[in-house]
Structures are given as C-alpha cells and as structure tokens.
Design a protein around this ligand. Structure first.
Ligand SMILES: Nc1ncnc2c1ncn2[C@@H]1O[C@H](COP(=O)(O)OP(=O)(O)O)[C@@H](O)[C@H]1O
Ligand SMILES: [Mg+2]
Length: 263
C-alpha cells in the first residue's frame, strides 16, 4: 500500500526567493524504511517538514493515505535533529506532553507509567524521568526523543539526522535499538530517516534516495532490501556484502559528482 504520494512538488520558503525543490514526484510505501541522503543544505529537513505537514508545497501536492496533507498530525511523529525536548521540562514531562496530545482524557498516573515503560524500553534507567535535558548526555537525550515518539505509537516516524550529534559507539547502539524496536512491532511502521552518513543509510534502509543540490530533485532511488537479503540485521555481514560495497562507492560518487557539477 502506498503511504505517501508526492506529486510534482515545488517548494520555496515564503520568506525567500530560493527554490528548494524543483519537481519531485515519489511514492513511499507502507512499512518501508526509507533513508534520504544528500549534502547539507539540499533540502532533507525541508522534505521531512513537508511530509509531516509543518510546511505546505508551493506547487504540487503531497498525499498521506490518499488524502492531501493540510496540517501536521499525530500519525506522523517527527524526531528532530536537535532532540526536540523542551529544556525547561524533565525528560518524563516531555514524554508526558507528547502522550497527552494523543490520550486527552487518560489519567495522569497511567500516562506516567507508560512514559516510564518507554524510558526503560529504550534502555534508560527510570530515574531519567525526573532529569532535565541538560542533565543528560547526547545519547540519553536522543533515547528520550525516541521514547517520546514511540510512546505515541505513530504509524509513521520521520527522523531528521537523529544520531548526527552522537559519538560512533552510541550511534551504532541506537541504530541497533531502532531496528530492534521496529522488528518487535506487530504493525510495520513506515520510517523516513534523514542522514548524511552513507553507511548508516546502507545499514538501516530498505530503500535509499539521494537529493541533489538545490533546486533539488531525486537523483538516486533504489530498493536495497533484495541486495541485503537475510543479512539485514547483521552489521558485519552487511558490510562484507560485495554488492553493498559497490553501492557504497556509487552513492559516494553520486553525492560528490553532483556537487562538482553545480559548483
Ligand atoms: N525556515 C527557513 N526559511 C528560509 N530558508 C530556509 C529555512 N529553512 C531552511 N532554509 C533553506 O532551505 C535550504 C534547505 O535547507 P534544509 O532543508 O535545512 O537542508 P538540509 O536538511 O538538507 O541540510 C537551505 O538553503 C536553507 O538555507
Ligand atoms: Mg537538515
């Protein structure tokens, strides 16, 4: 089933003359783990904002489950680049706030229990509930942001370079965590994940697209789940796969050639 349909999307921000997207058309399927690659400034975050409904197309249309997107929805949770936690609220209250949007009439204690359950699910101690974001490491904040978005259990997760600010070890742990949490879910979530890290995309994705330089369009689009086969969850095997290594080189040169072309 098609989850999103993007049709002849053109976009520029209202306060600027710069055209960000020239003409983008793409279908994104239910249950797909789609990674979006591209250099800084090519419009990756903007594309997520459009899919979430936080920005509207200048021309063209975006449909979610065949209905045109008119505003943001709890069906499409966004995990932002900068964690998206309010600094003046504890980690627990941040999660509670998200839960309250969905469960408007639920007793506070029940939501609190659910928040603590999610905190534990992402591998944190429940004492984190009472801590402010500034008292948490980058990895812990990112786990809280994941807990927050999973707590509302949306069918679609939009993640904007969620691990970009983390050290390599924490990053690998959180990549595994996301795949693990997804595999335990009965209904397959649709994940749209922005990264500038080719290896991260190769490890996580079923499908990879690359955005070119602005005014940007899709310059690469390939389903890679067949190439990965059963080796999907095994990092070592994925990167021993010669087809994946070839694709890795291709992706790096696609991204770089595009830059050379436009400078
Ligand atoms: N709120 C905004 N208003 C005007 N221009 C913006 C805004 N946000 C981003 N841009 C511009 O849009 C382009 C794409 O930005 P962005 O989507 O953040 O790229 P990426 O996430 O790929 O780094 C950049 O040129 C950026 O300067
Ligand atoms: Mg960005």
């Amino acid at each position: 089933m098609v989850k999103f349909t993007v049709e002849n999307l053109k976009f520029k921000y209202k306060n600027s003359e710069k055209i960000i997207f020239d003409n983008i058309s793409i279908d994104i399927n239910q249950g797909e783990f789609l990674c979006i690659l591209g250099k800084s400034g090519c419009g990756k975050s903007t594309f997520l904002k459009l899919l979430s409904g936080l920005e509207m197309p200048t021309c063209g249309s975006i449909y979610y489950e065949e209905k045109e997107i008119k505003k943001a929805s709890l069906d499409r949770a966004v995990v932002f680049q900068d964690y998206g936690l309010f600094p003046w609220m504890t980690a627990g209250d941040n999660i509670l706030l998200a839960l309250r949007q969905k469960y408007k009439k639920e007793k506070k204690q029940n939501l609190k229990n659910l928040a603590i359950e999610m905190i534990k699910k992402v591998g944190l101690d429940e004492s984190v509930y009472k801590l402010l974001p500034k008292e948490l490491s980058g990895g812990m904040k990112q786990r809280c942001a994941i807990a927050q978005s999973l707590a509302v259990d949306p069918p679609v997760l939009l993640m904007d370079e969620p691990f970009g600010a983390l050290d390599a070890v924490t990053r690998v742990k959180l990549q595994d965590l996301v795949l693990d949490l997804l595999s335990k879910n009965t209904e397959k979530k649709t994940l749209i994940f922005v990264t500038h890290d080719v290896d991260e995309a190769l490890f996580l994705a079923d499908r990879i697209i690359v955005l070119g330089q602005v005014p940007s369009s899709i310059i690469f689009d390939e389903n890679i789940s067949n190439i990965k086969g059963n080796e999907k969850l095994d990092r070592k095997k994925v990167f021993e796969n010669t087809n994946i290594l070839k694709l890795r080189n291709d992706l790096i040169s696609i991204i770089n050639n595009d830059i050379n072309k436009k400078i």
